[in-house]
Design a protein around this ligand. Sequence first.
Ligand code: ATP
Length: 508
Amino acid sequence: MLEDMEKLVSLCKRRGFIFPSSEIYGGINGFWDYGPLGVELKRNIKDAWWQDVVQRRDDMVGLDCSIIMNPKVWEASGHLGGFSDPMVDCKATKERYRADQMYVFIYLFPQVNHKGEPAEAWLAGLGASPEDASAIPEKKAAKLAKKFGKPEQPPQIVPYLELPEADREKVIGPSTDDRGTLTPPRSFNLMFRTFVGALEDDSATAYLRPETAQGIFANFKNVVDTGRVKLPFGIAQVGKSFRNEINPRNFTFRSREFEQMEIEFFCKPEDAAHWYAYWRKERFDWYVRHGLQSDRLRLRDHDKDELAFYSTATADIEYSFPFGVSELEGIAHRGDYDLTQHMKFSGKDLTYFDEESKARITPHVIEPSAGADRATLAFLCEAYTEDQVGGEIRTVLRFHPRFAPIKAAILPLVKKEGMPEKAEALYHALRKRFAVFYDEKGAVGRRYRRQDEAGTPFCITVDGQSLQDDTVTFRDRDRCVQWRVPINQAESTLRGLIDGDLTVPAVS
Ligand code: ATP
């Protein structure tokens, strides 16, 4: 289990998974580039999602919408009015925090301070929940306890946004030891703005989409009118979204440009509870099937007071990252809110004619909304392992074979005696079906290690015996088991291993 994000960040950089964007110019906060291995990994994840939710189902179709849409879309969706986080700045350190993620821990110490006032400290901590937010206040309180004595009671915890205005003065910000450095909460619109056409005025203002979902609702009528779909059915889309996040952090987890994989699943109102339960389970199982350990994955149902006003149920699929438990995907039961809003703002009829009841209905919708970059990061964290082979520590990325950027490396044992020629011929044959890699440089042990670090599940080696009996050795990444396979069965063996129809033998 990866505990230190820095190790992963440096492996990603070194091996070409993920680079900071525009790094030669000092980078730009919140933007990332996927290198040669990373682009394959992320693409495999998106392709697996697309195959599983669109191509292998009868009740789903795909869509690919434009990123910039008519700004009315964002009025209807509520993004223009409501899509903003209240922010607080620290006047002393210039840091900026999301006010809804700040909690104030109020400690009372037994002794009075030098002014004769009761010694109390209002310490702000940051996190998605009070537990997550406790680290900074606890550290500061321990220091103060040396001066004023140990608090007799645990601190009182208050969300920053719920503090009466007069009390905000007392708060000591997360990055200072002084009171009163925090500004009042201010709104901050998360949508990136741009202009369409030559004029840069209000009438030309447009927005980069902050989610792909609205393109699906805006096309609902088009898709229904093509006649291929009948309730219940879903529309799926994968694409870039943009949010001017206040505080991008935790590597790619919170970026300003990211990719989403979203489904809007439309059904009759009376079937919505069933489909909500179905997608909640189906999406959770998808991550487990592809290798996320279920004890690091959790499905958290939102409390009633966390729900958006139109939603009757929402669940988050969360993963325990080294930086804390955080959301990978949300599954929301959105009722008929979105279609109703778009009917109101567009004036178009987005109801559906139900053949059974011979009536027009407004379908309800279940929305499983996932992030491709967050999924990629979770699979990277999960895959990262260090183990010992022959007294040597090796770093291995234990990806599911379906996601591995390279499925197999083809290696001549040595660069002579006709081995490279035979290995290259095999490489060219396999390349038609799989992402394979040919490497003849250096000691074979080193080449194995390099593939382990890239997450390549299998190495196929051409050695002296291959020249005599036309067999090759297969080596598996996880247990380093080696076994021989006739060269003319290399392709079917690799296929079987990747698809899970064949398993690695128990011992070499
Ligand atoms: P958060 O609370 O973490 O900001 P959210 O609840 O606003 O996320 P949604 O609006 O539900 O997220 O977006 C759906 C999915 O899109 C998320 O589960 C996540 O995987 C992805 N996503 C959202 N914002 C970002 C971001 N800034 N960077 C990377 N992925 C993101």
